[in-house]
Ligand binder design. Structure first.
Ligand code: AOF
Ligand code: ZN
Length: 389
């Protein structure tokens, strides 16, 4: 039996816009890696009856919050329409399925902004509502609803993490002096902002060269900087290291039993080196080699996504950054610009490698970047858009 798909009604866009605005007011670091979601329930006569958001990771979903709001107001939802920015869930997670809760409330219609790409849901929430006889309308303000949760959609739909590439450079575009000194180009307050950025990511990645030169810790300095959804777990520390040549006595190696370290090696890594890293508690996984040497980036990112890494922060070096931009794998850029001039004499810039934009007009570009001031430094942040090919 086929049913005609219910069509949108004139007020649907307005109510969905209002639900999106509710979700947009939630700080994403409160819900990560969960999506931000808003829900509004409207009576058959067009009055708003209840509203709710998914306000924090582990807390009630937006629909449950709206139903609790209705209960607190003592209103009946019978025959009403729910506007949800994300398809209601159908799985028993930390909370029971929202689709069931909406059914129990006696609603007549559900209007959905974006489908839930989580394999635990993936259309089953909408199907359950339809099968129970509700009128389900989807595709209302979908682009805006998806924009609330770009990393969430990306990781489920493309199988790779949302990738933020970060660098700090001098006013004249250098990340070190010609003699190789780089600590510290950016101010203490800009570095504190970077630690907060780390606290929102599932993993922090550097290339083997940066691991050797800077001997970084890649930790989050203050526990308070950790996003709630990380539930006290610091981000995974990752080194792209084709030869598995990371020094087991480096800061990363020496602290691997306290905060996990993953080395992504290539197929020709020396087994003795792998064993030496594993002996200090570093996990070593192998992916195929890239055509030009090094580790193949796509498979390395797929491996991280499979490990639950939804947000990845890449902190260098220049070759890794250059290769990621060339491969169009960078989603967001955070660049700190310090008011210092370092000159050249071979001083490196933030991106290295054979790739270059062919024209300025066709070059990747930050879309509507935000600019923040941290002490004396500027922080420029935005989504990276690539030209059509
Ligand atoms: C909804 N409404 O408000 C949200 C949904 O870890 P849990 O149990 O909270 O489930 C998280 C998953 O539920 C998340 O990955 C996404 O698929 C869905 N999020 N669903 O119906 C909401 N936040
Ligand atoms: Zn739910």
């Amino acid at each position: 039996m086929s049913r005609a798909a219910p069509v949108a009604e004139p007020d649907d866009v307005r109510w969905m816009g209002a639900a999106i605005a509710l979700a947009a007011a939630v700080d994403p670091s409160e819900t990560d890696p969960n999506p931000r979601v808003g829900a509004i329930i409207v009576a058959p006569d067009g009055r708003e009856l209840a509203a709710g958001v998914h306000a924090r990771w582990g807390g009630p979903h937006a629909e449950a919050a709206a139903l609790a709001d209705a209960a607190a107001r003592g209103v009946s939802l019978r025959g009403g329409t729910a506007y949800v920015t994300l398809e209601p869930c159908s799985h028993h997670g930390k909370t029971p399925p929202c689709a069931d809760a909406l059914l129990a409330a006696g609603l007549a219609r559900v209007v959905i902004g974006a489908a839930d790409p989580n394999p635990l849901v993936d259309g089953r929430g909408a199907a359950r509502l339809r099968d129970a006889g509700l009128r389900v309308v989807d595709g209302v303000l979908t682009a805006e609803a998806r924009a609330l949760n770009e990393p969430f959609h990306l990781v489920h739909e493309s199988g790779r993490p949302f990738l933020t590439l970060k660098w700090a450079m001098s006013l004249d575009g250098r990340i070190a002096t010609g003699t190789g000194e780089s600590q510290w180009i950016s101010s203490e307050s800009a570095r504190a902002a970077t630690h907060a950025l780390r606290g929102r990511c599932d993993a922090i990645l550097v290339g083997r060269g940066t691991a050797a030169t800077d001997d970084p810790r890649l930790t989050v300095r203050h526990a308070a900087s950790l996003a709630r959804g990380r539930a006290g777990r610091p981000p995974l520390r990752v080194v792209l290291d084709a030869g598995a040549t990371l020094d087991p006595a480096s800061r990363l190696g020496a602290t691997a039993r306290e905060v996990p370290v993953l080395v992504i090696a290539g197929p020709s890594a020396d087994p003795a080196r792998v064993a030496a890293l594993e002996a200090v508690g570093v996990e070593v996984l192998t992916v195929e080699a890239a055509a030009g040497g090094g580790v193949a980036l796509g498979p390395a990112l797929a491996l991280l996504a499979a490990r639950g890494v939804g947000r990845l922060l890449v902190e260098g070096g220049a070759r890794v950054g250059g290769a990621l931009v060339a491969a169009r794998l960078v989603d967001e850029v955070v660049a700190v610009i310090a008011p210092v001039i370092l000159g050249d004499a071979g001083a490196p810039g933030p991106l290295a490698g054979p790739w270059t934009a062919e024209t300025v007009a066709g070059a990747p570009r930050l879309l509507d970047p935000a600019v923040e001031r941290h002490g004396p430094d500027l922080l420029v942040r935005g989504r990276l858009r690539y030209a059509e090919r």
